[in-house]
Design a binder for this molecule. Structure first.
Ligand SMILES: NC(=O)c1ccc[n+]([C@@H]2O[C@H](COP(=O)([O-])OP(=O)(O)OC[C@H]3O[C@@H](n4cnc5c(N)ncnc54)[C@H](O)[C@@H]3O)[C@@H](O)[C@H]2O)c1
Length: 330
């Protein structure tokens, strides 16, 4: 297949581009490089530098490259920032996605795979969380993802647009080769923060609450390795292309979680020295457990994550950060 990967120069997008190429697919990336990196695109993958907010450019890219399917990663992704700058998030994530949907139905009406998030569920008592759990996002970011899911569904109903929505839980790790990895302008992910701390770029690790009703008192999250997540996209787009699915939504996670302390212990073991830790009060809106019910993607798409060992996951992240302490900057 030939794929247009929108936001393909970002963290998850660049790993997916690599797995798509390894599976024998052709790839063109459309990205405005607002948080992505051209250097993350290896193997001579073509980059169209364009913004989703510029409808004519998006339509032109679809007309020029004639993809068989589109994978849509492009978004602003910081929960805290989304609360301070809601307009930016609604415009980029919702209006940008609307432009992409409109351009697809105005041109080739090819299937779409969309990056959604566990943040659409908000705080829920469900453990693990199934796809049909109530959706009550608690941030503007989560709201923009839910709005985009609803737009996609409406385009499916009105125009027959085939789609697969993937709701990721906590994405982590890096390509085992250590040459691409997470390089977000502002880090907010636990393993990434811990690696930065180990590199001396941050003073210490904060643990927000150790009095939760969990075995060690700290929050539990479901960590899915970025390469396994990339493979989930390959499975999703191939199933769409084969007509096996045309309107599906899947959680992507391991189906079990690790606590904050378990993650920090794994980082200490991989790095070889204990990081300074400080216990702070709980943060508002942090549920004790966020774990995916991943049964559906396992059964329907044959998702079979390879990275299930926490130390191995952390090792891939550490290899990347140690070799690239400033991300893709030299
Ligand atoms: N990282 C996570 O833990 C996580 C978890 C759940 C869901 N997601 C979703 O996965 C997707 C990818 O996340 P990521 O971590 O790779 O983020 P990222 O910031 O690394 O990648 C996003 C990419 O989209 C591009 N982009 C953003 N707005 C654009 C626009 N208007 N036009 C063109 N390109 C644009 C950026 O330049 C970047 O390359 C996002 O949609 C995010 O909501 C991420």
């Amino acid at each position: 297949m030939k794929l247009l990967v929108v936001g393909g120069a970002g963290y998850i997008g660049s790993h997916t581009v690599r797995q798509l190429r390894a599976a024998g697919h052709g790839v063109v990336v459309l990205d405005n490089l607002s948080s992505g990196h051209a250097e993350a695109l290896t193997n001579g993958v073509e980059l169209v530098r364009a913004d989703l907010l510029d409808y004519p450019s998006v339509k032109a890219a679809l007309e020029a490259h004639k993809p068989d399917a589109v994978i849509h990663f492009a978004a602003l992704i910081e929960v805290g920032e989304s609360m301070r700058a809601p307009a930016r998030y609604y415009r980029n994530n919702v209006v940008g996605s609307l432009n992409l949907l409109q351009a697809i139905v105005d041109t080739r009406k090819v299937p779409l795979v969309f990056s959604s998030t566990a943040a659409v569920y908000g705080t829920t008592d469900a453990v693990p969380i199934p796809e049909d759990a109530a959706m009550q996002p608690e941030s503007v970011y989560g709201e923009t993802k839910l709005m985009t899911e609803r737009m996609i569904h409406a385009f499916h109903t009105a125009h027959g647009l085939p789609y697969t929505i993937l709701r990721y839980f906590n994405v982590c790790g890096a390509a085992p080769a250590g040459d691409i990895g997470e390089a977000h302008p502002s880090q907010s992910h636990l393993i990434e923060l811990a690696c930065m701390t180990a590199l001396g770029q941050r003073e210490k690790m904060m643990i927000f609450g150790e009095d939760y009703d969990t075995p060690d008192g700290t929050c539990i999250r479901d960590y899915v390795h970025v390469q396994d997540l990339a493979d989930a996209h390959v499975l999703a787009v191939e199933a769409l292309n084969a007509g096996k699915t045309d309107a599906a939504t899947y959680n992507v996670g391991l189906g079990h979680g690790f606590s904050v302390k378990q993650v920090l212990d794994a980082v200490d073991a991989v790095v070889g020295t204990p990081l300074d830790r400080e216990i702070a009060p709980r943060r508002a809106g942090d549920p004790p457990r966020l774990v995916a019910d991943a049964t559906k993607i396992v059964q329907e798409l044959g998702f079979a994550p390879q990275f299930t060992d926490l130390q191995e996951i952390v090792q891939t992240a550490w290899n990347w950060h140690k070799g690239h302490p400033h991300g893709f900057e030299k």
